[in-house]
Design a protein around this ligand. Structure first.
Ligand SMILES: [Zn+2]
Length: 466
């Protein structure tokens, strides 16, 4: 999971031009750590935060690996992060296409973009750029035109750094790297994980005042996870981490969690640690400060102020924010672009396409008996088409519109001429007598066209029976 974390991946962020870099703004050093963690100086590159985690089924918003985040904790900086992205502009590379010598520079005529683009054609550092706004402009010396480049995507970006690449003082500036910074603070739908693989999605940013609080300390958890996440996965390590971190924070020391450390024996054959049992080691650390031996605490409902029916397991667990974020993945569409051939909605999140309603989805809706819904998804909201069919020959391809030559004119009051009624004729039968309109998916017409291309004739037999 460490690979997927939004961590603190570099100490030299301000000089780097990575294509894409995720960065956690408020990382912490884990209370519970292994010997290797210290040996490799992982504190230089922390990956998460010591969050106070309550294991509790609260409000139902923590069902099925969802988790409730404390809204105030998030507002205080918990799991705040950024994405750094670099865009490169290489004019030498561009010159290969049109042989035109180009320079960075803004237009002297159109001054409307001057608050976004500096006199050198580059963006101002620290400037917020909204999607669709220009941030850099290039002057073409052959055509004497200036062309700005606009910000792509759907979220605003801050110009973090502009670097001029590989030019000496006698050369013209030909290559520029612009580094953008995009704010990514936790929202509902973002993914988090402990170091034990207990990953989950934030389902609610719960107000601090409505969070349950401890009777002994008054503490409210940063994070609530459901107890059902444990039995089948058997991640006992996370429970032990919680108790160990609780003891460690009470005693003001980091806790060693090196695996098999207990089996290290000295020359006399005795264990090098104080106790054979980890629980016997951790429990007294809690009791010495008046806490429950097993890490439980009496808690009160934040909404009702009443004591919760049972004691709650609560303690600090090192939680990581993973780089899978809803804002990169969500997909919605009402209406939008359609494929020109099939007239069905296109696919693809970036293009504003739809999500495929496939065969298995069709089967499932059919099994529910929701035939009208099926018709709505697959026809009305997809490639709805009204075709003119000749009932005499059964063709949907031999029909075409005929426009009346004389347009009906309205003489009264100088009104615009009324629309002439469109008439459809069958080219095969040379008459418009048998014309009918039939609603069908456009892809059916496409099928008829493609069959016709292979010399196969498709005819329709019309009837008014339902
Ligand atoms: Zn016909």
């Amino acid at each position: 999971m460490a690979k997927q974390t939004m961590g603190f991946s570099s100490q030299a962020l301000q000089f780097r031009t990575d294509n894409k870099l995720y960065h956690l703004q408020t990382p912490q050093s884990p209370i519970v750590r292994t010997a290797a963690y210290s040996k490799y100086c992982m504190d230089e590159f922390p990956t998460g935060t010591n969050a106070i985690v309550a294991v509790l089924a609260y409000t139902g918003y923590d069902m099925e690996d969802a988790m409730i985040l404390n809204k105030s904790s998030v507002e205080r900086g918990l799991f705040h992060g950024h994405i750094y992205q670099v865009e490169t502009f290489d004019l030498v590379e561009q010159r290969k296409f049109d042989q035109a010598f180009k320079l960075f520079g803004r237009s002297n005529i159109d001054k409307s973009k001057n608050d976004l683009i500096d006199s050198d054609g580059l963006p101002y550092v620290g400037q917020m750029i909204n999607p669709g706004e220009p941030f850099i402009s290039v002057h073409n010396t052959i055509t004497n035109t200036t062309k700005p480049t606009t910000l792509k995507g759907s979220e605003p970006a801050i110009v973090d750094y502009v670097s001029i690449d590989g030019t000496t003082s006698k050369d013209f500036m030909q290559k520029v790297n612009v580094r953008f910074r995009r704010r990514r603070n936790p929202v509902i739908g973002d993914k988090f994980s402990s170091r034990h693989g207990q990953k989950g999605v934030c389902s609610q940013l719960w107000p601090d005042i409505d969070m349950p609080f401890s009777a002994a300390t008054g503490m409210r958890p940063d994070l609530i996870i459901n107890p059902h996440a444990f039995p089948s996965r058997m991640t006992i390590g996370m429970l032990l981490e919680s108790i160990a971190a609780k003891g460690g924070s009470l005693h003001g020391k980091f806790m060693d969690a090196t695996p098999f450390a207990n089996s290290i024996k000295d020359a006399d054959g005795r264990s090098t640690t104080d106790s054979e049992s980890l629980v016997d080691e951790l429990g007294p650390m809690l009791t010495s400060y008046g806490f429950n031996y097993h890490g439980l605490e009496v808690m009160y409902s934040g909404v009702l102020g009443t004591e919760l029916a049972c004691e709650i397991f609560i303690g600090p667990v090192y939680y990581q924010r993973l780089r899978h974020m809803v804002s990169d993945k969500f997909q919605v569409r009402s209406t939008g672009t359609v494929d020109p051939v099939t007239r069905q909605p296109i696919k693809g999140r970036k293009a504003g396409g739809g999500i495929r309603f496939g065969e298995m989805e069709r089967d499932s809706v059919l099994a529910h008996g929701a035939a009208y819904l099926l018709h709505d998804r697959l026809h009305t909201c997809s490639d709805y088409h009204i075709a003119d069919v000749c009932s005499l020959c059964g063709s949907i391809l031999a029909t075409s519109f005929i426009q009346h030559q004389k347009r009906a004119t309205r003489h009264i009051g100088g009104l615009p001429p009324g629309r002439a009624p469109k008439k459809v004729i069958c080219h095969a039968c040379k008459t418009s007598k048998g014309m009918e309109t039939v609603a069908m998916p456009f892809i059916f017409r496409q099928l008829a066209v493609e069959l016709a291309a292979m010399n196969v004739k498709m005819t329709l037999q019309l009837s008014d029976q339902a």
